[in-house]
Design a protein around this ligand. Structure first.
Ligand SMILES: [Zn+2]
Ligand SMILES: [Zn+2]
Length: 394
């Protein structure tokens, strides 16, 4: 039975069949439960997710370790495929820059009012042929980002392939200085933290990293609750805890509801509530946060913990003679040595991610990371290229 199997596992099986040499890491996980450290050893990433929230979280996850990425999307009914390319640096646009307030609210980002529903629950039509169209556009940019081909990647641009109008266009995305994805994560120097700091208090950690009262702390992925209200007595409080770690109301023991969530805060505001608590109140292995001094008082620092993620599953030793035969017809513009040196990631192994994996898996990359939280559903089968293949051999 293919239905019910994890998409990440199906994709990993396919990669192994297509390519004996590559190192593989397949994570059946929600992007929000991962940390930037998971992506730190990648050379470039393709983002092929179908919700605004996942796209927003992926962008922050990749800004912190500064991994360039190409974001793919498809509108199957109007025969439209698009890709946008981000260098994951402080001063270049990303796919989140141009989002409207409504889009940010739908992504679960705090836009000043409580967000009732993070997701509209809308069902996307299947990608069908356009999955492969977007995958080809994305694969070319991934090859450019990794330096496998000599074309310059279209960083800061959106590429649109419109099969109804018969056009292929690239245009520059507007640079939004106040992008909700917080490009400060990709600015300034990187301070690698010893994992033992996770056992210290949050206050001790912030002091060791040089945070002062006026310093802004920017958490890479998870938001903390800056304002909560008791559902019973309506007493409000500023707990600065993760939403799933809220404690009962101090006044009446009622349940607290998160009213305002933030990923960027002034340390002086949060410190009274959380300085004595463990650093793990906010942070996990592989996590990262930026410390931003007040304007004009120096540059930002990104503080990063090493990851505790599982190791890469190794591949077979590289066989030069066998490879020469297999890759004899590789386009001459492809740099095989560069492919062997690069690790890439594919976030999302649904229709779109699977189409991309189908296209790039035969290349002997050093490593391929695949992340997807879902399992195959019967309605995925008509257009998920790898699920139906897995059925052939099962
Ligand atoms: Zn941005
Ligand atoms: Zn209460």
């Amino acid at each position: 039975m293919i239905a019910g199997r994890a998409k990440a596992a199906i994709a990993a099986d396919y990669v192994r069949r297509a390519n004996p040499w590559v190192e593989i890491k397949a994570l059946e996980a929600d992007l929000e439960d991962l940390t930037p450290g998971v992506f730190a050893d990648l050379d470039a990433v393709a983002v092929a997710v179908d919700s605004l929230r996942s796209r927003f979280v992926a962008t922050r996850q990749l800004l912190a370790p500064r991994v360039a990425h190409v974001d793919l999307a498809v509108l199957a009914e109007p025969w439209l495929a698009r890709a946008s390319v981000s260098a994951a640096v402080a001063d270049a646009p990303c796919q989140v820059d141009a989002w409207s307030t409504a889009q940010l609210a739908r992504a679960g980002e705090d836009v000043g009012i409580p967000c009732a529903a993070a997701d509209t629950g809308e069902v996307f039509p299947s990608t069908l042929a356009m999955g492969h169209a977007a995958a080809a556009v994305g694969a070319q940019q991934l090859l450019a980002l990794t330096g496998v081909i000599r074309e310059r990647p279209r960083v800061g641009q959106e590429i649109r392939l419109d099969l109804l109008r018969g056009t292929y266009e690239a245009f520059r995305l507007p640079l939004a200085a106040a992008c909700a994805a917080d490009h400060v994560l990709a600015a300034g120097r990187v301070e690698r933290l010893d994992p033992s700091y996770l056992r210290a208090s949050l206050g001790a950690l912030m002091t060791a990293c040089g945070a002062e009262a006026d310093t802004s702390v920017v958490l890479a992925t998870r938001a903390v609750v800056a304002l909560a209200a008791c559902e019973a007595c309506h007493e409000s409080t500023a707990p600065y805890l993760l939403p799933d770690a809220l404690e009962p109301c101090a006044a009446c023991g009622g349940r607290l509801a998160a009213v305002r969530r933030v990923r960027r805060l002034r340390w002086a505001e949060a410190a009274p509530a959380v300085a004595p608590r463990a650093a793990t109140t906010w942070l996990r292995p592989g996590d990262a946060f930026a410390l931003v001094p007040p304007a004009g008082a120096g540059r930002a620092t990104l503080c990063a913990f090493p990851t505790a993620e599982p190791r890469w599953q190794p591949g077979a030793p590289w066989d030069e003679a066998a490879a020469r035969e297999r890759f004899a017809r590789l386009p001459r513009s492809f740099d095989l040595a560069r492919i062997r040196a690069c690790r890439i990631g594919v976030l999302g192994a649904g229709h779109l991610g699977a189409a991309l994996i189908e296209q790039i898996a035969p290349l002997p990359w050093k490593g391929i990371l695949i992340v997807d939280r879902d399992v195959i559903e019967p309605c995925n089968l008509p257009s998920h290229p790898l699920a139906t293949r897995a059925g052939e051999t099962a």
